[in-house]
Every structure is written in C-alpha cells, then in structure tokens.
Design a protein around this ligand. Structure first.
Ligand code: BES
Ligand code: MN
Length: 455
C-alpha cells in the first residue's frame, strides 16, 4: 500500500499535466456545435483508461454523446467497484468574467483553474490515476474495477439511463464510487449520502406575432414580459413556500436524528452569507439553512429571455418572453407528477390575453443512500486516512441524475466521495480545483480500493 501512495505522491506533477490536457478539450455537452469535441474527449478518456491498465476499454455510441467504459476483472474472488464520472462540462459564459481562459488550464494559488477542473474531470481523474498507480507498483488491483464515464451528466443523463437498463450484466458491481460532490468545508473529509433531484421546465408567454411599437400599442395589448413576471411572482408565498398545488405532498420528513446531526455541523448563516457575498440568507420559513439546502424542495427561475436587451433604449412591446425554471426535488417527490401539477398551475394563472406554452426539458429523482454499508464505511475510513481528520456525513443540494438509477437498478451501495469545495465556482466563471484535494483525492481512492477489498 505504501508503495502505491508514494508512487502517487511522486507523480503528482505528471498527473496535473495530463489533467491539463483533458481540460483543454471543450466538452460542453449542451452545445450542438461541440459534438466533435465530445467525441474527442471520449477518445481521450478511453485512452487514459487503457494507459491506466484497464484490459477492456470500449466507447459506446448513444443517441447523444458517447459512453466510455473500461474494466479490469483480474480478481474473481474479490468484489467489483464501479467508478462513475462525467467528461462533459457546463458552458462558460459569461466569458469576460474569467481571469484565465476556461480551456487553457493554469496552476496558481494552489489551484488548477479551468472549466471542468472540479466538475468533473479533476474529480474522476484521481480514480484513473490511483488505479494506474496500483498497476505500476503492485502489478494488480486489490478489487475488480469498472469505469463508466458519460458525456451527458450536465444535461440530465437520459442516454445513460437507457444504457443502464440494457447493460445490467456489464455494469454489475458490489459498490459504486463517485467523486462529484463537495466536501463540507476545506480539510474536512466528507461522504455524502443524499442528493436532490431536478425538474427543468420552460414557460413561454406569447403575445403579438412580432415586436410592436410600445407607443402605438402599449396599453392596448398584453406585454408577454409583464405577464411572465406576474406568473413568476406567484410561484412563492410570503413564507417562501412554493405555491404549486401538491408540491410538498410526498416530501420525506426529516428524522429527529438527522435534524440533530445537521445541528452538530454548526453552519453559521452569517459566515455563509459572507462567503457568497449576499447581504443575508433567505428561504422557506421554519427550516434551517442546511435543512433547506439538503432536504427541502425549491423552485427557481434560472433565466429570462425576451424583448430588447441590447445597448441603449428601444421602445418595443416584445412578441414573446420565456423563463427557464428549475425545481430541486427531494425524496419522495415524483418529477413527472410535479411537472403535471406545475403545468396545470401555470395555465390556471395565465391571463387569456396571451398564449402560454409549458415544456419539460429534463428531470431526475432525489435520493437518500442508507448509511452503514461496507462500501460507505470503507470510504469513510479512506478519506479520513487521506485527510487526517474524522469524516463528516452530509447531504447535498445539487443533483447527479444517474445515482437514483444506480441505486435502483444495480442494487449496490453508492459512495459519494466528494473532493470539491462549494467555493470552487463550478458552473461559474473561474472554476478551479484545490491541488491539495486532488492529491488527497488520489490517496483516498487508493485507500478505498484497499479498504474495500478487506471488508
Ligand atoms: N457535480 C454536480 C453536482 C453537485 C452540485 C454536487 C453541487 C455538489 C454540489 C453535477 O455535475 C451537476 O452539476 N449536476 C447538475 C445536474 C443537472 C443538470 C441534471 C445540477 O445539479 O445542476
Ligand atoms: Mn455540474
């Protein structure tokens, strides 16, 4: 084991150079213009799996972006760990807010800076390299390993869901290992056991068939932006509760024990507000910040499109306006039911003077993973060893859509071994990943494979 760790330590700089190469590929899954980059990125990931010692590596085409698979099954009497990651990244706009260019990775201030540095290339790269280190030093792994790297996590993973149904045998495993979440705080080893789900909708309000002069027509016809704003303003009541009918109907209540656990994490609202540069926090009445972030569903407008947004002034009544609305969901809310309720609700509050279209873009379920499995215990030990502190168990406000399908279909315990920090700017300008977390992540991965083989 020690030889593996020292190999990882000695090669840290090489790994960072390789990671930079990975980060130079602009694998933005949501942009149709980037299809070739996605294919290139899948090829790069596959090559890294081969170099790491995987004996069977395949790129599976899908209706969307390719899925990269790799395996080494040289220990028939030992359990199998399936390691998941995603090679796709979020768009980079607004570009002018980046200090360094998003796809020209650089290292400074103890961090590696680029789109995907944390989410998720940097985080899953540690597992590829820890596996490689085992082969380079001991010539074998302590357990069987399968990798599955997808290119559609940031757009809902729908093709991976279908793949999973089809390839149950191929993906059969005893534990699933994912590093795509955050640590509770810098230096605090963390295992996450819950994720929120997500429902992404669009509401389009359509008025006149073209933009109109706001002097000639203002006062005579409904303005789609005004009407859209009125609709959005009705999504919350004065206590911060979402007003969509039956929204909270199946929400799993917090247990007393969990409430106590959250309290023990001692989150300071003031400190938290300061970190994100807001005057104060806000949200659903009657719940603490951690409860709201990790266990309560929310509804947010992500963007509004419509009317004149150029420089200067132009007097028009816009012909239409669109809002992108997402809801973070929790167990046991059903996104399909909520989508129906939301659609019905929007139609019920829309004025007759405009046409309204409600569309579902994608959805995923929330999940809570039972603590106490061998895999989670081995992971908690591993991160604690790597970071030199006691492990915290947290839930998370973000989503990883495939996790619920892993849990349901592969019926194996899932370990969320996050190495990121909430301050890493994922999905924002200036995304970065702490080198220290990259390094300790390498050790965590190696320790986990070893611990799990003994359990
Ligand atoms: N790595 C994130 C999930 C995450 C977010 C973990 C925040 C910890 C903190 C993941 O890549 C992600 O961004 N997921 C999307 C999924 C969605 C587009 C279906 C999300 O949560 O918005
Ligand atoms: Mn992401």
């Amino acid at each position: 084991m020690d030889v593996v760790i020292s190999h990882l330590k000695n090669n840290l700089d090489n790994y960072l150079e390789e990671l930079k190469e990975y980060l130079r590929i602009p694998s933005i899954s949501t942009l149709a213009t980037h299809v070739d980059e996605m294919i290139k990125c899948a090829g790069f990931a596959a090559q890294k799996l081969k170099d790491a010692g995987m004996t069977r590596v395949e790129i599976f085409p899908t209706a969307g972006h390719p899925i990269v698979y790799g395996e080494w099954l040289g220990k028939p009497d030992k359990p199998t760990v399936l390691i998941y990651g995603h090679y796709d990244v979020q768009p980079v706009d607004p570009l002018d807010l980046w200090t360094d260019k998003p796809f020209e990775p650089v290292i400074h201030d103890g961090k590696i800076w680029a789109r995907g540095a944390n989410d998720n290339k940097g985080q899953h790269f540690v597992h590829i390299k820890s596996v490689e280190a085992y082969f380079k030093t001991l010539g074998e792994l302590p357990v069987n390993v399968k990798f599955i790297l997808e290119g559609e996590e940031e757009i809902g993973s729908s093709n991976l869901v279908a793949f999973l149904k089809e390839k149950q045998e191929l993906l059969k495993c005893d534990a699933i290992l994912i590093s795509d979440t955050s640590m509770y705080a810098k230096g605090v080893p963390t295992i996450t056991y819950g994720l929120r789900g997500l429902l992404y909708m669009e509401v389009e309000v359509i008025g006149p068939d073209k933009d109109l002069h706001s002097g000639s027509f203002g006062g005579a016809v409904a303005n789609p932006i005004n009407e859209l704003a009125k609709i959005i303003s009705k999504f919350h009541d004065k206590n911060g509760k979402v007003t969509v009918p039956n929204f909270y109907k199946n929400v799993l209540k917090l247990t007393k024990e969990e409430k106590e656990n959250f309290k023990r994490l001692k989150l300071s609202d003031k400190q938290y507000a300061k970190e994100i540069n807001v005057k104060e926090l806000q949200g659903e009445k009657g719940f603490t910040t951690l409860e709201r972030l990790w266990t309560r569903p929310t509804l947010d407008c992500n963007g509004i499109i419509g009317g004149f947004t150029g420089e200067g002034a132009k007097t028009v009544l816009p012909s239409k306006a669109t809002a992108k609305i997402s809801m973070r969901l929790v167990p046991n809310q059903d996104p399909v039911k909520i989508a129906k309720e939301f659609t019905k609700f929007v139609y019920s509050i829309a004025p007759r003077s405009v046409k309204v279209d409600v569309r579902t873009l994608h959805y995923g379920y929330g999940v809570v993973i039972p603590l106490g499995s061998k895999a989670i215990n081995a992971a908690a030990k591993a991160v604690s060893k790597a970071f030199g502190k006691k492990t915290f168990f947290t839930r998370e406000g973000g989503s990883i859509p495939i996790v619920v399908d892993f849990v349901k279909q592969l019926k194996a315990p899932t370990v969320l071994m996050g190495l990121g920090l909430d301050s890493d700017n994922i999905h924002s300008p200036n995304e970065h990943f702490l080198i220290e977390n990259f390094e300790k992540g390498l050790y965590s991965s190696a320790y986990f494979l070893d611990e799990f083989s003994k359990s």
